[in-house]
Design a protein around this ligand. Structure first.
Ligand SMILES: CC(C)(COP(=O)(O)OP(=O)(O)OC[C@H]1O[C@@H](n2cnc3c(N)ncnc32)[C@H](O)[C@@H]1OP(=O)(O)O)[C@@H](O)C(=O)NCCC(=O)NCCS
Length: 161
């Protein structure tokens, strides 16, 4: 088997958008009230990632297993955010590996490459958010040197069910 990572191109975007859709559905299943799931989420991602391909602050990586796309990662250089007390940083927004291709080190390769490429752009650190239920992903991120820094909490508004 040959595993490789490349910078996504326009022709990868439909496949990557399908993986992004799976990532969104996974989160919606964790907590459907908290995680937005819109109709045609895949076309939304295809549109967004096409725009991001020409954004010099953005990074979209595709992972292939024997030349088939089985994973992707999306990161970006983000500006200082006072509300989060977060200085300029690299953000790892998405990482997804298709279930059949997991546990082969592809997730690790994707995360390491995002950190390497964002670091090369001068960010002092990389920050990511992960669902509290997502222990598998947290295990991988911890193994790669990420420490826990924030815990988001949500409640429904008064009077809503
Ligand atoms: C999280 C995710 C990206 C990891 O991808 P992956 O390709 O399976 O990751 P890796 O193979 O690099 O490593 C995952 C774990 O499998 C283990 N592993 C690697 N090869 C293995 C093998 N042959 N057999 C058993 N376990 C193995 C690794 O040790 C690692 O665990 P560790 O933390 O103890 O090191 C993947 O599970 C996924 O896409 N999940 C759904 C999306 C998601 O949750 N994304 C993150 C939220 S933003």
């Amino acid at each position: 088997v040959t595993i490789a990572i490349h910078h996504a191109t326009f022709s990868d975007l439909l496949e990557i958008a399908a993986l992004a859709g799976a990532l969104v559905r996974q989160h919606s299943a964790f907590d459907p009230k908290r995680f937005l799931l819109v109709e045609n989420v895949e076309s939304g991602y295809a549109w967004w990632f096409e725009k991001e391909l020409s954004n010099t602050n953005a990074l979209i990586l595709a992972a292939t297993l024997d030349s088939q796309i089985v994973g992707y990662a999306y990161g970006r250089v983000e500006e200082r955010d006072w509300n989060s007390l977060l200085d300029a940083h690299g953000a790892l927004h998405d990482v997804f590996v298709t279930p059949a291709a997991r546990c082969k080190g592809i997730g690790r390769l994707l995360v390491e490459r995002v950190v390497e490429e964002l670091s090369a752009r001068g960010v002092p650190r990389v920050v990511l958010h992960t669902a509290v239920q997502n222990l598998e992903a947290q295990k991988l991120f911890s193994a790669l040197g990420f420490r826990q820094t924030m815990l988001e909490m949500t409640r429904e508004a008064s009077g809503s069910k």
